[in-house]
Design a protein around this ligand. Structure first.
Ligand code: HEM
Length: 452
């Protein structure tokens, strides 16, 4: 009997709907690797200049890198090439979004506590590697958008005091921007995917040790479920890739260090870094030791770095603060841990404000406001938003706890009203044990009212 209970308990753990986000991330990763492998047949990772001779008329005869010419060929001259490119791009986005949702779910249900603390750190490792893969992938077409990203990246690196120039030289192999492909291509197709696979395998093996497979479990059903999920996710992504254009490199043209694309923006998953950079007050510089030290890039990098470090280290900090060193199985309701849930809401708000601030110029344009006013509004929101989110969420959690207590003590309302011979009304509550409880009738101000 006990064995059955344990087995069914484990089965519940394996089949929860809340695991869907992570399963979608895994499927998206597989599709991403498959489509990436197909792209490698035609993509040419060279920065040497060629004259475009493909079928996209507006760019015919234009000088560009071999990388952009091959990306245009994939888009216009390889049968199904554009679909595969778009599918690769969309799966990358969906994978990162699914990973983020999975991390949020784990945070709000306390799934990072012992014995899963290391799993939390590994998940962040996978998220950072996939963001790196997304960013390095965006560089590969070597179009004007890639060039703008590289110029920003080079500026950020060079703003790091003392080692900045050296860092830039290392990343671009001493040849900015043409050396970028020599670093980013192997990082994109080999190093980062292998890092993601390695981290994923360690994570899954740890989980398998913590949740050993159930004896007699129906393997065929598991395989069928995975095949079904793969079909659904890849089918939906193929539809999106077929109908929704993403990264139209032909509209931007070749990279040019002297130009930036109008409306150029970071990929959505990197936008929070862009937003952080836009919210730094101007003129943050100090002159020291005969040099000018600018904080315009160091400050946002430091703030975002602290935020991410706090997120990764959270399980250890919470354990230290609460003194709870026991093992935990199963999720906790967010309302049961108001402070953690409130901290999570504050973190999401902080991230959200940085993310939205990346579009400050769009907001200024759409609402016909001055850019300075929009930036000021975001700066205020960055300070007040997380504090308000913390206070509000904590309050809501405590209210929900009170409601839960009420439901136990006084039952939950059934919505049924009973009229009494005296003319008053009472409503009927259902107690947790299934019994019914009727509210008391009381006369208030000449009207009959139920008070439970
Ligand atoms: C073994 C795995 C992978 C291989 C072989 C691969 C290969 C490639 C190649 C050859 C390109 C350039 C072609 C082009 O831009 O059209 C590319 C672009 C790209 N890759 Fe990957 N990739 C892999 C994994 C990933 C992963 C894990 C991500 C993201 C998390 C990713 C995101 C991207 C993005 C966003 C682009 C730009 C696509 C575009 O042009 O719109 N790739 N990849």
């Amino acid at each position: 009997m006990a064995l059955e209970a344990a087995a069914s308990d484990r089965r519940v753990v394996h089949d929860r709907w809340s695991l869907l986000t992570r399963q979608v991330a895994m499927v998206a990763f597989v599709v991403c690797v498959l489509t990436g492998a197909i792209l490698m047949f035609w993509y040419d990772p060279t920065s040497s200049t060629v004259r475009y001779q493909g079928s996209h008329a507006p760019l015919q005869g234009v000088e560009m890198s071999g990388a952009l010419a091959s990306t245009l060929d994939i888009s216009f001259d390889v049968r199904g090439g554009l679909l595969v490119r778009q599918l690769h791009h969309w799966t990358a986005s969906v994978m990162i979004a699914a990973l983020m949702l999975h991390i949020l779910r784990i945070f709000f249900t306390g799934g990072f506590r012992r014995p899963r603390r290391l799993g939390w750190v590994l998940l962040f490792g996978i998220l950072f590697a996939s963001m790196g893969a997304g960013l390095s992938g965006m560089v590969l077409p070597d179009d004007l958008l890639s060039g703008s990203s590289l110029a920003v990246l080079d500026g950020v690196l060079k703003s790091v005091p003392i080692v900045g120039t050296w860092l830039s030289g290392l990343l671009f192999q001493g040849r900015f921007p043409s050396g970028a492909l020599a670093t980013f291509y192997p990082a994109h197709v080999l190093v980062l995917p292998l890092a993601m696979i390695g981290l994923g395998v360690v994570l899954l093996r740890r989980e398998a040790r913590q949740n050993p497979p159930i004896a007699g479990r129906n393997r065929t059903a598991t395989v069928a479920r995975w095949v079904g999920l793969f079909g659904l996710v890849s089918g939906a992504l193929t539809l999106v890739a077929g109908f929704v254009t993403v990264n139209p490199v032909w509209a931007f043209g070749p990279a040019d260090p002297a130009n930036a694309t109008a409306g150029a923006a970071a990929p959505w998953y990197m936008a929070f870094l862009d937003g952080a950079q836009r919210l730094v007050p101007p003129g943050l510089e100090v002159v020291w030791a005969g040099r000018t030290w600018t904080l315009a890039l160091l400050l946002p990098l430091g703030v975002v770095g602290l935020f991410l470090t706090a997120a990764v280290a959270y399980p250890f900090v919470e354990e230290w603060a609460s003194g709870d060193r026991g093992g935990h199985r199963g999720p906790t309701q967010p309302r049961s841990t108001p402070t953690r849930t409130a901290l999570g809401a504050a973190g999401v708000t902080f991230y959200g404000v940085l993310w939205a601030a990346a579009g400050s110029d769009f907001f200024a344009l759409i609402f016909a406001l001055s850019l300075e006013d929009v930036v000021l509004a975001f700066q205020i929101a960055l300070v007040l938003g997380p504090v308000s989110a913390f206070v509000l969420t904590r309050r809501v959690c405590l209210e929900l706890q009170l409601r839960d207590r009420d439901a136990v003590l006084r039952g939950s309302p059934t919505g049924r009203m009973v009229r009494l011979p005296s003319g008053g009304f009472i409503d009927v509550h259902e107690m947790p044990d299934g019994s019914e409880r009727r509210g008391e009738e009381r006369q208030v101000g000449g009207r009959h009212t139920r008070v439970s």
